[in-house]
Design a protein around this ligand. Structure first.
Ligand code: 5GP
Ligand code: MN
Length: 348
């Protein structure tokens, strides 16, 4: 709670994290696989906070995957300093998970975590099994960046313009530019303090929302043309296949925003976007526009996330993934109507 008083338990956990950093020489900061703006921005800001507040620590920002930083986020201050986990052979004194509290979402970085002496967590995802030495997980925080900003304040670190820019990107992307249900007063309050500290909303917006490649826009058009609705328009989905990626030359990792096209449909409460990813798998993004909790469906599909934004990865192709996930989505409405069976309705 920026500006307000922090619960004693959270303050104690922040103190415990600070002690772990104090006692460490080598520190690794790492977020989840397929990193988004919150994962990257929060991680970079935290690495800078640690470097400035505890000089002499060797701080490494790790990427969980054997992949580059998504093009959209290359502008983030410090983004050129990321090291891929598979190229990091150290055994750090401290491993800090940001925007993540489940080791299963660490991809290659899990091996680094297992070689680390201590683990700390700063996160806002529900459902993690506490297995760390110290951590703060606040599921009511709009972004992990909120918790990183609180940590900076707690340890007396004044935000630099670069920390602020990274944190504002975290906050803007996880709230969909303050449009989603998680855009609460705290999110606006922290955003205001970040702009005061030198962050530029227009620059984040320029890079994240106004710099699409033409090929991406063409792929978006295909995805939009395929949007299909069920349950009187309450469920909307679309997809992109490996063939689409090959035809347009758009990297799969750059398609995180496509689910937002699906959620635009008037009256749709649940949006699903599926894409075929390398390794014969399908990645799904689920979004809820109402207060319906779709994280349980993501979990049933082997993934997880928040009530209104969750994801999963399954083996197979689009048709196979749809065959499993669509009945689950329709059952959400069947259950709500108390029929106990799938509701049949005209598909549009
Ligand atoms: P996205 O659909 O943008 O990838 O993810 C939406 C939210 O759900 C994010 O907060 C993300 O971290 C979380 N999420 C996505 N995929 C998974 C998954 O496979 N497991 C878990 N636990 N969380 C996920
Ligand atoms: Mn996040």
């Amino acid at each position: 709670m920026l500006g307000g008083s922090m619960p004693a338990e959270q303050a104690a956990q922040f103190d415990a994290i600070a002690r772990l950093i104090e006692g460490a020489r080598t520190v690794v900061v790492c977020a989840h696989t397929s990193p988004d703006g919150d994962a990257l921005g929060s991680g970079l800001a935290l690495a800078e906070i640690i470097e400035r507040t505890w000089p002499g620590r060797e701080v490494t920002s790790l990427l969980a995957d054997d992949d580059v930083v998504p093009r959209t986020y290359e502008f983030l201050p410090g983004a050129d300093g990321f090291v891929r986990a598979c190229a990091y052979d150290g055994s750090p004194d401290l491993f800090v998970c940001v925007d993540l509290s489940q080791p299963g979402r660490l991809a290659d970085a899990r091996a680094v975590l297992e070689r680390s002496a201590h683990v700390a967590v700063l996160d806002h995802h529900p459902g993690g099994e506490p297995s760390w030495d110290a951590g703060v997980v606040r599921t009511d925080a709009a972004a992990a960046g909120i918790i990183v900003a609180e940590f900076a304040r707690h340890v007396g670190c004044e935000l630099t313009p670069t920390m602020a820019q990274n944190l504002l990107c975290a906050l803007m992307t996880d709230t969909g530019c303050f449009q989603y249900q998680n855009a609460n007063g705290e999110a606006f309050c922290v955003a205001s303090s970040l702009v005061e500290a030198g962050a530029s909303p227009s620059e984040v917006s320029l890079h994240v929302y106004q710099s699409d490649r033409l090929a991406y826009i063409h792929l978006s058009a295909t995805v939009m043309s395929r949007i299909t609705t069920f349950e009187q328009g309450k469920i909307a989905y679309s997809y992109a296949t490996s063939a689409d990626f090959a035809a347009t030359g758009v990297p799969v990792a750059e398609c995180d925003g496509l689910v937002d096209l699906v959620r635009r449909v008037d009256g749709c409460e649940v949006a699903l976007f599926l894409k075929e990813v390398p390794g014969g798998k399908v990645r799904g993004n689920l979004r809820a526009k109402s207060d319906r909790d779709i994280s349980s469906i993501a979990r049933e599909m082997g993934g997880g996330g928040h009530a209104a934004a969750a994801g999963f990865t399954v083996d197979g192709d689009i048709d196979e993934a749809l065959a499993v996930v669509l009945p689950k989505l329709r059952a959400l409405y069947a259950r709500a109507k108390g029929t106990g069976t799938f509701a049949h309705s005209a598909e549009s």
